[in-house]
Ligand binder design. Structure first.
Ligand SMILES: [Zn+2]
Length: 207
C-alpha cells in the first residue's frame, strides 16, 4: 500500500478523485461530504481504490454512495454551495424532446460507475451547428447545441455528444510541453468504448 494523503476539497460540486503521483496516493473528497456517516466514507474509499486498481466495485458500496449523494439533504447543500460559489444559472436541461440531466445520469450509471458529479446541463440558447457541444470548466457546465433537441435526432446521437463532453469532465485538459492536449490518447481510447460510436458520428456528419 503506497503512502496516502486524503483531504476534503472544495470542488464546485460533489466530486471525489484519486491519483497516484510519484508513488503516493492523493485522495480528494468533496467538502460537501464532510460529516457524512462513516459507512458512506468507507464506500467512497472502496470505490476510489477499486477504480485506481481496476477492481470490481461492490454493489452495496456504489448503492450506498449513490443513495447518500442523491439524498435530499446533500442535494440541497450542493445547491446552496453552488449558489454561494457564484455559478451562473443557465437556460435549462429539459428540452422539448430530450432531458439532458436524465441523459447524463443514465450515461453516468452505465459507463462511469455513477462517479461523475453532474455539472449544469443545458441546451444552447441558439441553434448553432458549428459546435455540437462543449464543456465549460469555468462554469462547470455542459452545453449541447439546441439543434439536436428534436424527435428526428436519435437518442444515441445525443448520448454520444454528452458522453464526449463527460470524457472532458473526466480527463481535464493536460499541458504537454506548451501544447494543450484536449483529446489525449486515454480520452480517445475511452471514447471508442461508446457502443454506437460509428453510427452516431455518421449521423452527425450527415446533419
Ligand atoms: Zn472534445
Amino acid at each position: 500500500m503506497p503512502e496516502l494523503t486524503a483531504e476534503f476539497f472544495a470542488f464546485a460540486n460533489v466530486n471525489n478523485t484519486i491519483r497516484l503521483r510519484q508513488g503516493k496516493l492523493l485522495v480528494r473528497v468533496s467538502d460537501l461530504l464532510e460529516g457524512a456517516p462513516e459507512a458512506v466514507l468507507r464506500a467512497i474509499a472502496h470505490i476510489l481504490l477499486a477504480k485506481m486498481y481496476r477492481k470490481p466495485i461492490a454493489r452495496e458500496h456504489s448503492a450506498r454512495y449513490r443513495r447518500y449523494v442523491s439524498s435530499h439533504h446533500i442535494r440541497r447543500k450542493a445547491h446552496l454551495v453552488r449558489q454561494m460559489r457564484g455559478r451562473k444559472r443557465i437556460e435549462s436541461a429539459q428540452g422539448r424532446t430530450y432531458d439532458l440531466d436524465a441523459i447524463f445520469d443514465d450515461l453516468n450509471g452505465r459507463y462511469f460507475h455513477g462517479l461523475l458529479a453532474r455539472p449544469q446541463m443545458t441546451w444552447s440558447r441558439d441553434h448553432a451547428r458549428n459546435s455540437l457541444g462543449h464543456y465549460d470548466p469555468a462554469h462547470n457546465a455542459i452545453v449541447v447545441s439546441r439543434v439536436f433537441d428534436h424527435p428526428r435526432v436519435p437518442r444515441y446521437a445525443i448520448e454520444y455528444i454528452v458522453y464526449h463532453e463527460m470524457l472532458h469532465l473526466k480527463h481535464p485538459v493536460k499541458l504537454r510541453g506548451s501544447r494543450r492536449c484536449v483529446h489525449s490518447a486515454e480520452f480517445q481510447a475511452e471514447e471508442k468504448l461508446f457502443p454506437h460510436l460509428g453510427q452516431a458520428q455518421q449521423f452527425l456528419k450527415r446533419l
